[in-house]
Structure formats: structure tokens, C-alpha cells
Write a protein that binds this ligand. Structure first.
Ligand code: NAD
Length: 260
């Protein structure tokens, strides 16, 4: 991880913009949860960086057609670090920022539910890529807590099917090749049009359509502030890019802004 080496003027500018903003849209990615023990996909230590084959587990085409991929996916859900993870400093700082009354919406690409555990309110959080804490049938409307299906796994099933229709079950997450929930995307795009500042944290900003929220906000006149450990795909349109560990940068930028 790059050590923060950011001119004070840049940090001050970001802090000032954040304290002046009235409607902030926060966009979070997997980098926010690495400190909680959940690896990201594309960072230097990311799951896909280390094992490109792991990407298949998140692709709906392989999932639908290959029972072996489904069995592996169930084992990875069972063994996911999410079940032991606690919110990190970044989640806590964002929950505190909400108390300042200037957070309009928090769109997270994360599926781990840690924002809500840190105290962010469910009405403001849009889990745009779904949640690993629930399971959905790909054929009917059956939906249930993940732990219910993990119990079936513990009892010996390796590719549990839908008890209502026999369809394929999957975590209630959006895999590659699946559409986002239209209502969630519409809400997120509206928030991007309405915000006066978009703060993107811990994301490569390379996964669409979520990454597209940044240009929407920019075209609507909002400032863009990016905090990440490495350059992102949206740095060119950003007003400030703060490169470094978000666990150091976020408290400095957000707690400072909340108290000004
Ligand atoms: P990504 O994996 O593409 O990128 C994460 C970024 O965060 C990287 O650029 C990495 O360098 C940076 N980062 C990691 N730790 C950091 C730290 N401490 N400080 C600053 N930067 C840090 O992430 P993405 O674009 O958000 O994810 C792609 C998809 O993967 C998402 O759609 C999400 O659904 C899924 N995902 C979710 C989780 C989770 O729920 N926690 C974990 C992994 C992947």
C-alpha cells in the first residue's frame, strides 16, 4: 500500500469541499473492507490478482452451466471471512459522517453488510451488487437467509436447490453477466445527478454501471473526490485524488470536514 504522501493543500481542499457540501454521495468498494479481513478482487493482494480462475465463481454463465463451479461457490460462501468480519475504521468514519446530516446516499459495491453493522442507516445504503447474507432462487421468488442454506451444506448437500421449485440457488449478489436491480440503479443514478459532491473510496472504479455514477455526477456539476490505494479509472475527471491507505485518509478528510 502506498504511504500517504499528499500535499496539505490537496487534503485541505478535499476537507473544505466536504464540509461545504450539502448532499454527498459516497461510493464504496472492496478496499473499504480489506482492513476487516475481507480481501478485494483487483487490488495488489486481490483474490483475482492471485488466482485469475477465481473470477469464474462470480460469473453467472459458469455458475448456471457448471455444477462444479456451484459446489466451489458454496464452499467459498461457507468459508467466507465475512462471517467473522467486524466493521473497520472506514465504515465507522462513514457512519459518523452520516450524523453530520450531509450524507445523502451511500452506494456500496460491497456485499458484506458491514456499513449497516457500523451504524449506517439502511435507508441511505444501496447495496448495488446485492448481499452475501441472503440467498435467492434464480428461477422463482424464493429468498432466505444465507445461514439457512449453509446449514443444508453442513448436513451434506453440496449444491442445494430451491425447496419451492427445484431451481438453482445463489447468494443474493449480482454476478458478472447479471443485471443490477433496476430500482437500485435508478436510485443511485438519481443520487449522482442530485449530489454536490461524490466521494469514491476503495474502488478501482472499473466495474460498470456503478463506475458510471462518477461521470453522471460530474456532468451534473458535482465535485469528485477519490480516495484509494492506487490510481482508478476515474482519476481524470476527479477534482482531487487522494492516494494512500483509506484508513488514514478517511478520518483525516471526513472527521475534519464534519467538525468544521
Ligand atoms: P476492487 O477489488 O476492484 O478494488 C478495490 C480497490 O481498493 C483497489 O484499487 C485496492 O488497491 C484498493 N484498496 C484495498 N485496500 C485499501 C486500503 N486499505 N486503502 C486504500 N485502498 C485500498 O474493488 P471493487 O471495484 O470495489 O470491487 C469489484 C467487485 O468485487 C465489487 O463489485 C464487489 O461486489 C466485489 N467484492 C466485494 C467485496 C466485499 O463485499 N467486501 C470484496 C471483494 C469483492
Amino acid at each position: 500500500m502506498t504511504e500517504p504522501d499528499i500535499p496539505d493543500t490537496k487534503l485541505d481542499a478535499a476537507r473544505n469541499w466536504l464540509s461545504a457540501a450539502q448532499r454527498v454521495l459516497v461510493l464504496t468498494g472492496a478496499g473499504l473492507s480489506t482492513a476487516s479481513g475481507i480481501p478485494d478482487f483487483r487490488g495488489p493482494q486481490g483474490l483475482w490478482t492471485r488466482d485469475p480462475d477465481a473470477e469464474k465463481l462470480s460469473d453467472i454463465r459458469y455458475y448456471l452451466t457448471d455444477p462444479n463451479i456451484r459446489r466451489k461457490a458454496w464452499l467459498s460462501r461457507r468459508d467466507s471471512p465475512v462471517w467473522q468480519a467486524r466493521p473497520g475504521l472506514g465504515h465507522e468514519v462513514l457512519a459518523r459522517f452520516e450524523q453530520s446530516g450531509r450524507l445523502d446516499t451511500l452506494v456500496t459495491q460491497n456485499i458484506d453488510g458491514l456499513h449497516q453493522l457500523a451504524g449506517s442507516s439502511g435507508e441511505r445504503v444501496i447495496e448495488i451488487h446485492g448481499t452475501i447474507r441472503e440467498v435467492a432462487c434464480l428461477n422463482c421468488s424464493y429468498r432466505v437467509a444465507m445461514q439457512v442454506v449453509l446449514k443444508r451444506l453442513a448436513a451434506g448437500e453440496d449444491d442445494p436447490d430451491c425447496p419451492d421449485c427445484g431451481g438453482i440457488l445463489k447468494s443474493a449478489t449480482i454476478s458478472f453477466g447479471q443485471s443490477l436491480i433496476a430500482q437500485d440503479l435508478a436510485r443511485a443514478e438519481q443520487a449522482a445527478r442530485d449530489c454536490d459532491l461524490l466521494l469514491a473510496v476503495g474502488s478501482t472504479l472499473s466495474v460498470y454501471p456503478v463506475a458510471g455514477l462518477a461521470p453522471i455526477a460530474k456532468q451534473s456539476g458535482a465535485r469528485i473526490v477519490i480516495v484509494n490505494g492506487e490510481p482508478t479509472a476515474m482519476d481524470e475527471i476527479a477534482d482531487a485524488v487522494l492516494l494512500g491507505d483509506l484508513n488514514e485518509l478517511l478520518p483525516s478528510v471526513l472527521d475534519g470536514a464534519a467538525h468544521q
